[in-house]
Design a protein around this ligand. Structure first.
Ligand SMILES: Cc1ncc(COP(=O)(O)O)c(C=O)c1O
Length: 465
């Protein structure tokens, strides 16, 4: 027997245990607390002893029951950040993808996987108004944004051979942290990211954008790109794409859309997002508003040659020798990654199983639930809505006239609500004010969950008054 041999019957037993745990998790998700009762030291004691010299066997080595009990349940009452909820058919797809272990570098390494991924890219591009765009699946919005801005740099201030020079990038003051991170990593200098002012609805002010670009040009700087948010992280504000695209065309800049949070809402409500097809690159997160298990980002781009100029640097040992253009296709010439997971499988399986219409309906329902939540907040004398609801992020706070600092009062409300473990919310800063933030990108969330959120906030705020 060789060191890692596994008896087929034993493997079946193990598979049964693991599948059983996964099913138990999915089936009890709704009953579980969104805040597991765990402490750091307790978990270190449980899971910290990682690598025994001799194998322990399934029960001792996995401790699956403890793993479940100390994991956070993304059920319908989890409203924090921008979280999807691992649609179960997608989960099975991820499992199968690991078993198949296709290395989706290219058609040659993963023929079916590459064909499926390319077909999905084409279909999503079409559905999102980006006909003719190419694309690659990636780890998430951060890597999509990094690759989109790498293309912008290579297009407007080529750096691959000679190194990066400072160049200016524009985004609203509400932009997600992954953009300054990308600007820094690309050697452009974070000081060269211009945070453009927003209007009262937290959307980029295009007059301020135009003025900032002209000011930089007049000062001898090199503007290269504008990042528009299709769903900003705090309030879900959608920047005015058409007006921004007119400015990027006028000044020959790359337009990148960060649609990691909101871009997929265009499947259900295209008017809320605007014409994504005007962009040069669009970053999307299918592990957010297409409910897929993490990780599953998708970067779409208009110009495949630009993607190749940016990312291709092919060694002889991987160069394709095929003549057929389909079979010669290589993702690694258009992406940061060489070895790549078969991310498309979960999407392909779950969307084919449910149908795209079911996804549109679920996104529409999330939008309606967010509108209902906003309405309930507006109807309450004890709550205050802090920002318009473009998509499904709702920023609000509890009123407390007798308290000196509404910010610290609401910090205490947030802590109290999350401590109780029935619902989970996160926070945001809205116009300098501390906001409670609930975001609905979860196919499991129901009207009852939204009502539970209001109950919890009012109960905690009442107890603190
Ligand atoms: C607007 C926006 N951009 C980018 C990201 C980063 O995405 P990821 O966490 O998949 O890297 C997020 C995550 O919440 C986001 O909301």
């Amino acid at each position: 027997m060789r060191a890692l041999d596994l008896d087929p019957t034993r493997l079946e037993e193990l598979a049964h245990d693991v599948l059983g745990a996964a099913l138990a998790w999915t089936q009890t998700l709704d009953e579980r607390s969104v805040k597991p009762d765990s402490s750091g030291s307790q978990l270190l004691a449980l899971f910290g002893d990682v690598l025994p010299e001799s194998g322990l066997g399934a029960e001792e080595s996995f401790g699956l029951a403890a793993l479940l009990d100390h994991s956070r349940a993304q059920n319908g009452r989890f409203f924090g950040y921008v979280m999807g909820s691992a649609e179960p058919v997608g989960v099975l797809g991820d499992f199968l993808s690991a078993a198949l272990n296709q290395n989706v570098t290219s058609w040659r390494s993963g023929p079916a996987a590459t064909t499926i991924e390319r077909a999905l890219v084409e279909r999503f591009a079409h559905e999102l108004g980006c006909d003719g765009f190419s694309g690659t699946f990636c780890g998430g919005g951060s890597s999509g944004n990094l690759m989109g801005l790498a293309m912008a740099r290579e297009s407007k201030s080529p750096a691959n051979e000679v190194g990066a020079r400072p160049a200016t990038v524009y985004a609203s003051s509400e932009v997600h942290m992954s953009i300054p991170k990308a600007v820094a990593l690309l050697g452009l200098g974070r000081d060269n990211l211009r945070l453009v002012a927003v209007d009262e609805a937290f959307k980029m002010r295009t007059d301020a954008l135009r003025a900032a670009i002209i000011d930089d040009i007049d000062s001898g700087r090199t503007p290269i790109a504008v990042v528009a948010s299709a769903g900003s992280i705090s309030t879900g504000a959608v920047d005015p794409l058409e007006e921004i695209a007119a400015i990027t065309r006028e000044h020959d800049l790359h337009l990148h859309v960060d649609g990691a949070y909101g871009g997929l809402a265009a499947l259900a409500a295209p008017d809320r997002i605007g014409p994504l097809g005007l962009a040069d690159s669009v970053s999307l997160d299918l592990h957010k508003w297409l409910y897929q298990p993490i990780d599953c980002g998708l970067l779409l781009y208009r110009d495949r040659d630009l993607a190749r100029r940016t990312f291709a640097h092919t060694d002889d040992y991987v160069a394709s020798l095929a003549d057929d253009p389909l079979e010669a296709f290589m993702f690694f010439e258009e992406s940061i990654e060489l070895s790549r997971r078969f991310r498309a499988l979960k999407v392909w399986m779950s969307v084919r199983f449910h149908g795209l219409g079911a996804y549109r309906a679920s996104i529409r329902e999330d939008l309606e639930l967010a509108a209902r939540l906003a309405q309930k907040i507006e109807d309450s004398d004890d709550l205050e809505l802090l920002a318009p609801v473009d998509l499904s992020a709702v920023c609000f706070r509890a009123r407390q006239p007798s308290t000196a600092s509404l910010d610290s009062f609401n910090r205490a409300v947030l802590a109290g609500v999350n401590e109780r473990g029935r619902v989970y919310i996160s926070n945001a800063t809205v116009d300098g004010r501390f906001a409670l933030r609930a975001c609905i990108t979860n196919h499991r969330t129901t009207i009852e969950d939204v009502d539970a959120l209001i109950d919890e906030v009012l109960t905690v705020a009442g107890a603190l008054s």
